[in-house]
Design a protein around this ligand. Structure first.
Ligand code: ADP
Ligand code: MG
Length: 703
């Protein structure tokens, strides 16, 4: 069987031609096969179509027919009126459009259409005013159980044209689609053959057929992705002989003694996972997930010291220099009385210091290194690297991490995220890593009192409260979503302007105003992303040292900053942030012994924003918040960067299809780990996975 008809240029398919082919190319549809894979967004259910005689007054209903009359006139008030007559199998309904003269051009005599709306009786006839419109094909009248697929379109292509082209493609080529799953495996899992699935997803006889077809295509999409991840894990485990880093009771006791507290049950469980990996001789690739403040750093330090105790070097990498400095200070304090040789690599070292440090690392004399990921990956050569800890890497997905893991020898790798990630997202973006979740908190953590602040009066009260807190020695963050003010209006608070024209103050202006008015007499610092890096680091340091009462900033304080005396987090235009980001910002306070507060200043009234802010007031559980954020906004936004959040999935939607994802993941792991994937009957599947993900996941060709 040849698959040539599948790769034939779509232009040569019946009913396409060069003009439509050009439009299809905009949808990445080039071949007949591409057209087959252009899947419906949803199904329009025509079984709910009502014949005119059965219509009810003022209820939402749909009629189907052909346009047989069309005219436009002026009403006596000088407005335009377009009217059309729809012939529904010999019964007629009228459609009317007031002041939409262009409707005369949009509708054409002979168009087959669906009209939906609430009709009324008028002059002895049913009338739809401004109905919702769907163009259909004449053939759609009799189609397939009254179910009409709705396709993504591009300008210039009509839905019924798309449907017709796809119908031709199905007739011509659906049966030729090769199935890469062995029949036996398909049957085990209750999946349709691929060609049947393609046919049924486009031409379902009833809803159950469509669902089964979609399930097969969805499963394939997620299954192949998970197989790619599973193969990557296997390659790591198989090829990468990693340093043996055994834990003894003596080492354990010596490390624990360095901390002034007992580890939580969650920390202990995480350490057991990690210690087992480190002693296994196979490279660890583990993701450590925990809520803000749950004590990930402690876990990382323990693992690093275990590595050092076993005679290897270890490194902690951060995305920013500020975080590197902060981790360094924590580590340095823990190791106050220890002889572990250690270095902080930052841009502020002199070149002589830097050269010396790099030499010591290369010679194996330096046991523990902290620095930014950029610096370390470009400059540093280790003599005996045993463990790399990567902090705050939730913004990097599977593809971005590949380059790191591929460089040099195979140390153990522990990835830590700053904030909880929804499970389905975690299983994709981090699906190649083993997962450890810490879900408890160190004892005595207080709930951060969170309130939404709306209106000038509430803002004034808030500032009064803030001033009292500052007077009693606490510190505050004020976070603004932007650097420059929007130029619509100057910040006139507290003479509050009308809601519709509320000022959107940038951080620079907010800083000026707060220092002058609301927080006059306090020491107010400013930090944002366009400042000189050293200057910014200096301001942050002043805040940490208590030389500033207030830090007005953009989200540069988001990640990992730890100032226990800061108890106030004021977020302006809070509706502009996603839930996870708000949660992370809030996590900057509540780290000390004093009660902490978070104020979400927002005048937003749209439902989505209100829902998010209400979720913040209600919940302090980062995992719960992450799931809600995901459901509201989708993967790109949750990961914080749309580009990096892009997932190479074709059909699946991680929010909607979470259940199939779990199933596909379990199936993929079982197939790879049992070795069954290596049997000859699975060769087509394996080739397909390599073709789709081999490069992205850096998979070996032998699998
Ligand atoms: P994360 O990195 O997960 O946000 P950190 O590791 O920075 O959390 O820990 C937050 C704070 O809690 C730190 O001040 C740390 O010293 C403290 N801490 C961590 N673990 C414990 C524990 N088991 N008991 C008491 N305090 C802890
Ligand atoms: Mg941390």
């Amino acid at each position: 069987m040849s698959d040539a008809p599948l790769s034939r240029p779509v232009q040569f398919l019946k009913g396409v031609g060069p003009a439509r082919a050009e439009l299809l190319a905009r949808l990445e549809i080039h071949s007949v096969g591409d057209l087959l894979w252009h899947l419906p967004r949803e199904l329009l259910d025509l079984s709910s179509v009502v014949p005119p005689r059965a219509l009810q007054e003022k209820e939402e209903q749909t009629v189907r027919g052909v346009v047989v009359d069309l005219d436009a006139k002026e009403t006596h008030r000088g407005k335009s009126l377009v009217a059309a007559l729809l012939d529904c199998d010999g019964e007629y309904v009228r459609g009317v459009w007031f002041n939409q003269p262009w409707m005369l051009k949009r509708l054409r005599l002979g168009d087959w259409m669906l009209w939906s709306g609430k009709p009324r009786r008028h002059q002895g006839r049913w009338e739809f005013a401004h109905p919702r419109l769907q163009w259909i094909d004449e053939e759609d009248r009799v189609s397939h159980g009254g179910l009409l697929p709705q396709y993504p379109l591009t300008e210039g292509l009509r839905m019924e044209e798309m449907r017709r082209m796809i119908r031709h493609a199905v007739d011509e080529a659906a049966d030729l689609v090769p199935d890469h799953l062995p029949a036996s495996y398909r049957e085990e899992r209750g999946l349709l053959p691929l060609s049947a699935a393609i046919r049924q997803v486009h031409l379902p006889a009833h809803r159950a057929e469509y669902d089964a077809a979609r399930k097969r295509l969805l499963f394939d999409d997620l299954f192949e992705f998970q197989l790619g991840l599973a193969l990557r894990r296997r390659a790591w485990k198989r090829d990468a002989a990693a340093p043996l880093l055994p834990l003894t009771a003596k080492i354990d006791a010596r490390i624990r003694r360095l901390f002034p507290f007992r580890f939580t049950a969650g920390q202990d469980a995480a350490l057991r996972d990690i210690a087992a990996d480190l002693a296994s001789g196979r490279a660890m690739h583990r993701l450590l997930q925990a809520d803000v403040g749950a004590g990930k750093t402690v876990i990382a330090i323990y693992a690093m010291l275990l590595c050092v105790a076993a005679g290897y070097q270890t490194v902690l990498m951060t995305p920013t220099e500020l975080l590197a400095v902060q981790h360094w200070e924590t580590i340095d304090a823990v190791l106050r009385h220890s002889r572990v040789s250690r270095a902080l690599l930052t841009g502020s070292l002199t070149s002589a210091q830097r050269r010396r440090t790099l030499e010591q690392i290369a010679a194996g004399e330096m046991q523990l290194v902290v620095g930014t990921q950029a610096l370390i990956q470009s400059d540093v050569r280790f003599a005996r690297l045993g463990l790399a800890v990567i902090d705050e890497q939730h913004k990097f997905g599977v593809a971005q991490r590949a380059t790191f893991a591929a460089g040099g020898a195979s140390p153990h790798v522990l990835v830590m995220t700053a904030t909880p990630i929804p499970r389905s997202l975690c299983l994709t973006q981090f699906g190649d890593l083993d997962l450890t979740v810490v879900s408890d908190m160190p004892p005595g953590r207080q709930k951060i009192v969170t309130s939404r602040i709306t209106g000038a009066g509430a803002r004034q009260k808030m500032w009064e409260f803030v001033r009292r807190q500052l007077q009693s020695g606490r510190q505050a963050y004020v976070v603004c979503p932007r650097i420059e003010s929007s130029d619509r209006i100057n910040d006139q608070e507290p003479h509050a302007p009308p809601l519709a024209t509320l000022p959107e103050a940038g951080v620079i202006e907010a800083h000026q105003r707060l220092s002058r008015v609301e927080l006059q007499g306090f020491r107010v610092g400013l930090a944002h992303g366009q400042m000189d890096r050293e200057e910014r680091a200096r301001v942050m340091q002043q805040f940490r040292d208590g030389d500033l009462d207030v830090l007005v900033s953009t989200t540069v304080v988001e990640v990992g900053v730890d100032v226990p005396n800061a108890t106030l987090m004021i977020i302006r235009e809070a509706e502009r942030f996603g839930l996870s980001q708000l949660h992370q910002l809030r996590g900057r306070v509540g780290r000390g012994k004093h009660q902490a507060y978070c104020f979400l200043v927002s005048e937003a009234t749209d439902a989505d924003a209100v829902a998010r802010l209400a979720a913040m007031e209600r919940s302090s559980d980062g995992f719960e918040i992450a799931e809600q954020d995901f459901a509201l906004r989708g993967p790109g936004d949750v990961l914080g960067t749309r580009q990096h959040g892009q997932l190479p999935l074709r059909v699946a939607d991680l929010v909607r299809d979470a259940e199939v994802l779990e199933e596909a993941r379990a199936a993929a792991l079982a197939l790879v780990e049992s070795g069954r994937l290596d049997q000859p009957e699975f060769v087509p599947l394996k080739l397909r996975v390599l073709e789709r993900f081999g490069k992205l996941f850096d998979l070996p060709h032998s699998g």
